[in-house]
Design a protein around this ligand. Structure first.
Ligand code: NAD
Length: 479
């Protein structure tokens, strides 16, 4: 697919140090494209372009900003097939999942297009002769660092929301999968986003990500990625007093009570830990089952595993490869550790292609809470099963990790569902489901080490604006 360049100030620009690096197709291990190796000089240029573009973009009528975003959404929808193929090749994810990702990316632009002219301040009743009101003002330049698992979806949400309320963006995609982000930047420009409003600088975490996170010219940082890197970027941003949204990892539980409708639950649970080969921050990878139901749940899941097809993403199997050889080795390491600690492993069909980074779908039964696979994020097509005896124990197990991103409660008892929803420490709780459409409208983010701040929905717009209070003295009373 040739050689890409950074997108800075509306131009396609070679990296200042003249270095490129290669990106690979996880389904074959073959080189896919050459990406520009961004460094501090490229980040400086992008931040400077974004700062210059800020005032006119912020001053534009919100209706007009919204119209541009709406056109981008439409343009993405007209390019679904092409973008889905690219995303599938770059990440290894099954074509149908890539197709869904592209449609969700379009939804972010549609949603924030509609929100652009409906988001504002409030009036506040105060004592005395005052009119008091708030204004929601854009912050300035938003630095965005994203991971490789859902580049287009995560990139779209982290561009559309800040742009809607008048900010400009410098985005660094992940070195493993950047291609769809360059395409998105191209579509933004074609649909009327002025030069400098969206900038993309590719490169490695240390050499391109860190200069962005620690740049004194940005006004907000949105980081999506691992806990380990999230800590580092938040520390760097703190030294410039730059606020940060951290969207980190998860170890999300399915809590399956005795009354659960298993015909509905099993396929949804399966999809939740196999989607994108389990490389999803919100993967439902911890199955907690009420005693008495464990054998049936494990039996049904294990039967379902044997029907899961595995292959290159572009051939649209149920399960594609993981992103890299390193990721594959990491998952295998966790499975070996689980076995050593007494878990029983059930596997689906093993793929035959030795070139790509394939793993079979797996269930680890009888996982005790002290087993590392119970509380550490594996990021592979693997779920653990742990039994509980009472609602109190279910709650305690659900809350027994450092993370708190998503949870599901499966029960026919309405009171139990709401009791659990109130007490689970997690940014989202689903009752008898896991997800509700693409999730574009719903605030998303973590408790605990899953991060802080919220993306998606109207909630994200509060993070991409700052509030100013204006108090107007109305003068002495007349008469
Ligand atoms: P990662 O933290 O290794 O990398 C994420 C991004 O940070 C990449 O662009 C990378 O280049 C950059 N980076 C790496 N080191 C850096 C540094 N020192 N300074 C600045 N930037 C740096 O994560 P990953 O492996 O790409 O993604 C997997 C992780 O992301 C998982 O933990 C997953 O749960 C999490 N994730 C969270 C969400 C969410 O919305 N909560 C969504 C997707 C993924």
């Amino acid at each position: 697919m040739g050689r890409y360049r950074h997108f800075i100030g509306g131009d396609w620009v070679s990296p200042v140090l003249g270095r490129w690096f290669e990106t690979y197709d996880p389904s074959t291990g073959q080189v896919l494209a050459s990406l520009p190796g961004g460094t501090a000089g490229d980040i400086d240029a992008a931040v400077s372009a974004a700062r210059q573009a800020f005032s006119p973009w912020a001053a534009m009528d919100a209706v007009d900003r919204g119209r541009i975003l709406a056109r981008i959404g439409q343009k993405i929808l007209r390019n679904v097939e092409r973008l889905a193929k690219l995303e599938s090749l770059d990440t290894g994810k099954p074509l149908a999942q890539a197709d869904a990702d592209v449609r969700v990316a379009a939804r972010y632009f549609e949603f924030y297009a509609g929100a652009a002219d409906k988001f504002g301040g409030t009036t506040i009743p105060v004592p005395g002769a005052f009119l008091d009101y708030t204004l929601r003002e854009p912050l300035g330049v938003v630095g965005v660092i994203i991971p490789w698992n859902y580049p287009l979806q995560i990139g779209a949400r982290a561009i559309a929301a800040p742009l809607a309320v008048g900010n400009t963006v410098v985005l660094k995609p992940a070195e493993e999968a950047s291609l769809s982000i360059f395409e998105l930047a191209r579509l933004c420009q074609e649909e009327g986003v002025p030069p400098g409003v969206v900038n993309v600088v590719a490169g490695m975490g240390e050499t391109a990500g860190m200069p962005l996170a620690s740049h004194s010219g940005i006004h907000h940082l949105t980081f999506t990625g691992s806990l380990e890197v999230g800590r580092k970027v938040a520390q760097s941003a703190a030294s410039n007093v730059v606020p940060v949204t951290l969207e980190l990892g998860g170890k999300s539980p399915h809590v399956v009570f005795a009354t659960a409708d298993l015909d509905r639950a099993i396929p949804i649970i399966l999809k939740s830990f196999l989607q994108n080969a389990g490389q999803t921050c919100s993967a439902g990878s911890r199955i907690l089952v009420q005693q008495g139901l464990q054998a049936e749940v494990v039996g049904r899941l294990s039967d379902a595993l044997s029907t899961v097809s595995v292959g290159p993403g572009i051939a649209n199997p149920d399960l594609g490869p993981v992103i890299s050889a390193r990721q594959k080795a990491r998952v295998e390491g966790y499975v070996a550790l689980a076995r050593e600690r007494g878990a029983v492993i059930m596997e689906g069909i093993s793929p035959h292609d030795e070139r790509g980074y394939y793993l079979p779908p797996m269930i680890l039964d009888g996982v005790r809470p002290e087993n590392p696979v119970f509380h550490e994020e594996i990021f592979g097509p693997v779920a653990s099963v742990t039994a509980f005896s009472s609602e109190a124990e279910a709650l305690s197990l659900a809350n027994a990790t450092e993370y708190g991103l998503v949870a599901a409660v499966w029960t026919e008892d309405v009171g139990q569902a709401h009791r659990m929803a109130r007490q689970i420490r997690s940014g989202q709780v689903f009752i008898n489901s896991y997800g509700a459409g693409g999730g574009v409208e719903m605030p998303f983010g973590g408790y605990g080490h899953s991060g802080y701040g919220r993306e998606k929905g109207m909630e994200a717009l509060y993070h991409y604006t700052q509030v100013k209070n204006v108090a107007v003295y109305l003068g002495a009373k007349v008469g």
